[in-house]
Ligand binder design. Sequence first.
Ligand code: ATP
Ligand code: MG
Length: 433
Amino acid sequence: MSTVSLKDVTKVWPDGTIAVNHVSLDVQDGEFLVLLGPSGCGKSTILRMIAGLEDPTEGDILLNGDPVLELAPRDRSIAMVFQDFALYPHMSVSDNIGFPLRLSGVEPSTRVDRVGDVASALGIGDVLGRKPSQLSGGQRQRVAMGRAIVRRPGLFLMDEPLSNLDSGLRAELRAEITGLTKELGVTTMYVTHDQAEALTMADRVAIMRKGILQDVGTPTEVYGRPATLYVAAFLGSPRMNLLEASVYVHLDQYIVLKFGDQSLYLPWSDIRARAVAHYHGERIVVGLRAEALTPVAPEVQGDVLRGRIRYLEHHGHESLAFLDIGATAIVVDEMGAGKAEGEGGNALRRFGGALQKLAGRSSNGSGPQSRDQGDPASVLTDPGRHHRRPAELAVRLAPYPAISPGHPLSVAVRMDMLHFFDGRGDRIDVGWR
Ligand SMILES: Nc1ncnc2c1ncn2[C@@H]1O[C@H](COP(=O)(O)OP(=O)(O)OP(=O)(O)O)[C@@H](O)[C@H]1O
Ligand SMILES: [Mg+2]
């Protein structure tokens, strides 16, 4: 049984790379916490600091409420499974799993019992006599897990343990890992860059970007109410539609959200209306997930967006239509992927200007520091972060619909399911922290 606390932990490598930037995080006893984020965001560095393999530059780490930075890794009661785990090739499965027990001088008969228990829990009880070379990838992965848990650690750290496996086996092992850690009641921190894996496995998800913790919450919380534009863009499939909108307030009636030539009307009765109304005359980012959009007949009026299908994607159980609605999409540069190109670069600078205006307001000390990036000013001036392009609104349709690209399509919008973000990428919401 273990709890973990990171208190304002920072890790700066000798070359100046800030791998982890003022992260504070509490993991509860018995919790399965998933650290999620793209490559290089500092996930492994966090696990390695908890395990004692690296020292933080600043901050403190507590296990069960006690500071552990002075403790050697072996005194922390932690087991870690790495992505590129190595088994001892000349040892049997049984000896591989039992190796940590042998090292700590556990009696052979107890060892056999404990290895047997762990192996049967992992479904590899019938291959105990084999060598690693005679196992499948999934079986080898289970042996590595068995070796980690056989010592009955208080805390289990797993760094992308499934990333070498094919997708079918991954899905199967996901369920097994969460089942096993729950059964053992062991606190687990699990690293992945796969958002679907995080949402299916986690009690809570902690989302990282460039060393900064963006959001922490249950899968329902972070999916349903993402703290930043980045989290909104990272979670869910298809990706959330992120549209630039101009805001005009008609006091006591409604707020017009204008996307190109089309508008949606947020009623004044919406609990978020007052927060959004602060942006009168400015631009914000409006997020619409596919589940907020329902295809309707062309004559339907009200909260409806209209466009033409640019292309269709068939996924077997559903098809996705991508609609050109004459709006501008904000593309979050979350994966370190492409910067704006050509005309996009100009557009980007224009949007950067709008963002800067917002920054002027929020960096004068009134608001909290943006989580979207460490330095609030750079959020708004760094042209590599977001870029704009014509929106292609992702809409769910029944599988293989009888329509084709070029077709007009109207979609009704659930206004209560919209997400709003300011120019810094922070959520605009009622009572937002
Ligand atoms: N020993 C090191 N010396 C210098 N820089 C390092 C070292 N280890 C990691 N880094 C850098 O620190 C940052 C965070 O690395 P980390 O390994 O924690 O990322 P990650 O989130 O685990 O990524 P991945 O998903 O690719 O494993 C990266 O920029 C990386 O290049
Ligand atoms: Mg890593």
